[in-house]
Design a protein around this ligand. Structure first.
Ligand code: ZN
Ligand code: MN
Length: 476
């Protein structure tokens, strides 16, 4: 019962690339087109005699992904025909890459990458209309990137499931940063498949099952977990022969995987080089060194820089990496503040208070960096209380203005002028002689009451610590 099982998973992720036109024709690549079969032509409909022309931008996108994950960019590359019959594939084959993918090797988020290749997407089948099916070819021929990872072995099913979903998230982030794909999983622009196996022996792989239809990070995590638990249970019951090599789908409603078909192996596809498409050398087509230099700052690099430069919390860093616009604003604020403690205060206000306001109200906007920095400055120095800072923040996210000005207008500046505060403290002592005597007689609680009275008198604008100190010295 307590025997340990080692789950191994490898991922295959497809992402539709963002280009003007499709992969092999000049039809518009428009994922938002609602009218079925609008963006089609003889090439993507596979009319006899039509010829494919490679979309250079799509190749460039995959090359940039390869450079970003430190993969090897192939010198020689070619396209192959992957033959199979299904109504969503008008040619009877999908143009893909087999022996010579654009990218091999590389690493991302704890996974070694096997390859990244380029292919074309299939049409959309619609089976929900009754006892017939409809096909929309708008998606047929859209450039599709496929990234395959090496199998990774984990210590637990939970660990494996979490890592699978976090890898997909990291890849999505990378594709966004590179601007090569929207990778919206709900819209099917990014699709995750997991190759899953379980073994009682580390280093030895069990029978592999492929789980498909994972169209959210949550379903990726749950499907991997479900499938691993299913396999481990079969092992525990001595029924491991029932684990067969197959493709399983994920039923979102039932939260279960189910058998779809017994897996075909690659030789069933009769891959062969597409004779209609010229082979090419990527080093001749692209200036790879220049492309590498021109890559934007990537998520992992941004994390490192934020950690080093600002010393803020990891959760804060993640908020900025996931929302680069917010990150850019934070950087502007940090640039003004310079001091690390003030920057930390500012970051706390951004990721908790500002984020909270924004979540509750879509009309909330980032105030100018100067104004936000001023607010953080005042909160750090004690010029305003943290309550006051929150009140001012709620104002400037709607109507941007100087926090200093607002604090003066609303009387939120803490009264730290020692002379003025002293007068007030004296007044409070005189008005409460009995309590002052109690304190002198050793009753510590009496002091709290007097501090409270000072706060009340100053309408909360006094610095409580300063008030305490003053009262103590006056009552000595
Ligand atoms: Zn077309
Ligand atoms: Mn594929």
């Amino acid at each position: 019962m307590d025997k340990k099982y080692y789950p191994t998973i490898g991922l295959e992720i497809h992402a539709e690339l963002k280009t003007e036109s499709k992969m092999f024709c000049s039809c518009k690549n428009d994922p938002d087109e609602r009218e079925p079969n609008k963006n089609i032509c003889p090439v993507c409909m596979a009319h006899p005699g039509s010829l494919p022309v490679v979309n250079k931008k799509a190749v460039e996108h995959v090359v940039r992904v390869g450079l970003a994950v430190d993969g090897n960019i192939a010198d020689f590359t070619e396209f192959d025909r992957k033959n199979y019959f299904y109504p969503d594939i008008p040619k009877g084959y999908q143009i893909s890459q087999y022996k010579y993918p654009i990218v091999s090797g590389g690493r991302l988020d704890g996974f070694d990458i096997t390859r990244v290749h380029l292919e074309e997407d299939t049409a959309n089948n619609k089976h929900d209309r009754g006892n017939f099916s409809l096909i929309d070819f708008n998606r047929a021929g859209v450039p599709l990137m496929e990234l395959v990872t090496e199998p990774n072995t984990f210590e637990s099913a939970d660990d494996a499931a979490k890592t699978a979903s976090s890898f997909a998230k990291e890849l999505q982030l990378l594709l966004w940063y590179l601007g090569v794909s929207e990778a919206n999983m709900e819209k099917g622009e990014m699709r995750v498949e997991a190759n899953i196996s379980v073994s009682p022996e580390k280093g030895k792989l069990g029978t592999k099952v492929e789980v498909k239809n994972l169209n959210s990070f949550k379903s990726a995590e749950r499907a991997v977990k479900f499938e691993l638990d299913r396999m481990i249970k079969l092992w525990e019951e001595g029924k491991q022969e029932e684990i067969v090599q197959e493709t399983r789908g994920w039923d979102e409603a039932k939260q279960k995987t189910f058998s779809q078909r017994k897996k075909e192996s690659s030789h069933d596809y009769r891959y062969f080089p597409d004779p209609d498409i010229p082979k090419f050398k990527l080093h001749e087509l692209f200036d790879l060194e220049k492309m590498k230099k021109e890559l934007p700052e990537l998520p992992a690099q941004k994390r490192d820089r934020y950690r080093k430069d600002f010393g803020i919390k990891d959760e804060d860093i993640e908020s900025y990496v996931n929302d680069p616009e917010l990150g850019k604003w934070f950087e502007e604020v940090a640039e003004i503040l310079k001091d690390k403690n003030k920057i930390k205060t500012a970051s706390n206000y951004i990721t908790s208070d500002f984020a909270g306001l924004k979540k509750a109200d879509s009309g909330v906007k980032m105030p100018a960096a100067e104004n936000f920095a001023e607010l953080a400055e005042m909160a750090s120095s004690g010029e305003i209380s943290s309550r006051g800072a929150k009140d001012i923040l709620a104002i400037i996210v709607k109507k941007d203005d100087s926090p200093k000005k607002i604090a003066e207008e609303k009387g939120l500046l803490q009264k730290n002028d020692p002379e003025e505060l002293k007068k007030i403290a004296q007044k409070i002592i005189e008005a409460n002689p009995k309590i002052a005597d109690d304190y002198k007689g050793g009753k510590q609680n009496a002091l709290q009451f007097l501090i409270g009275q000072v706060m009340k008198e100053t309408k909360g604008s006094a610095n409580p610590a300063a008030a305490k100190q003053l009262l103590e010295s006056l009552l000595k």
